[in-house]
Ligand binder design. Sequence first.
Ligand SMILES: Cc1ncc(COP(=O)(O)O)c(C=O)c1O
Length: 426
Amino acid sequence: MSSADPHAALAALDEERVDHRFKGLPPDASGTTVGALAAEGRNLFTGGFTTPVLALSAERLEHNLTLMKSYTERHGLAFAPHGKTSMAPQLFARQVAHGAWGITLAVPHQVRVARAFGIRRIFLGNEVVDPAALGWLSRELDADPDFRFICYVDSTEGVAQMDRALRGADRPLDVVVELAAGAEARTGVRTEAECEAVADAVAATSALRLVGVAGYEGEVPGANPAAVTAWLRRLTALAADFDAAGRFGELSEIVVSAGGSAWFDAVAEVFEDIPPLSKPVLKLLRSGAYVSHDDGQYRDRTPFNRVPEEGALQAAFTLWTQVVSRPTPHQAFLNAGKRDAAFDLHLPQPHTVRGPDGTTRPATGITVTSLSDQHAWVSTETATGLAVGDWVGLGLSHPCTIFDKWQLIPQTTADGTVTEYIRTFF
Ligand SMILES: Cc1ncc(COP(=O)(O)O)c(C=O)c1O
């Protein structure tokens, strides 16, 4: 089956019923459609939403999309934002509308989601050795000449399994050799000599076609600017060596891909130095976390801290929670926990308190010290005036584990008006 009509698939999201499946949405809206609820333009604070509720800032999201569009254009990079971060087809469509070449994904199921919403170019940052998944991919490629798909290969054994599973396909599957980010890193071929052996194995198949090299500098052990840059130079040298050896003979372009949201400045710098090769080079950046940015990991690690003159991303999520218990002057409990907030890298950080009359103040003196499944443990200084019933806005760390806890996320403007609901598919 070829890909869905993207407009029809996205429009169908508006027809979905709002009900108990979606946390935080107004109980009195149950039974209405998502599109009709969005058209009501309810206010997040006064429109009947229940806490905890995750809100995505419309302005900040747009800012991040626009900033990375201009950043990648300025640095001559093609962009395939990693879609595993949001798994939100509405955001994929906006990323493509903001000039993205395509979408990066991690596993075949995610490719199915993207294809159901008409994404035409997909980079899979993994080797695929599942015969059922390869069979589906091959049928998808054969049915749709406009579908461009590229994935990693990382061993001769993997290549052999892929070749067996794909035999008889009309179109070869495009692959890039994954160079590991170090001997102790995650996936990827460890040495250049082994990369050549994997490339030889690909060349010996009829089902696979070598189109370039790739890797993920985010896995460089003990990553620092010098180590990341050195690894990126290995990657681009590998591309040049493969090209000099005539490994990209029939192609119209060579793919060189790296880059998450922590080191795209180094990727831009090293990719700019790629010498002229025998074909044009598609320099593909794959940042994902940039889309919502965050109040923790990526706030601390964004490349814009090193190059502030190039801009700054904005944290777009706030998790709105409510004080449900205030047992002592030093303790408070919020009604959101591990089910609702990312907690794998850092604890949530309170930034705003909203009283029952709608007045807001900074959450000074209020610290989350631990999370239970459904509670945040908060320590308070006595002067905070925090009361049962107050709403507390939390900043969160790690976009990938924020998105995946919410299936329908209100997108709000600065005054709290919900303009759209972002559906995720995890
Ligand atoms: C292979 C690969 N590419 C790109 C990315 C995107 O990086 P980030 O989440 O920092 O944006 C990831 C993230 O884990 C990844 O594993």
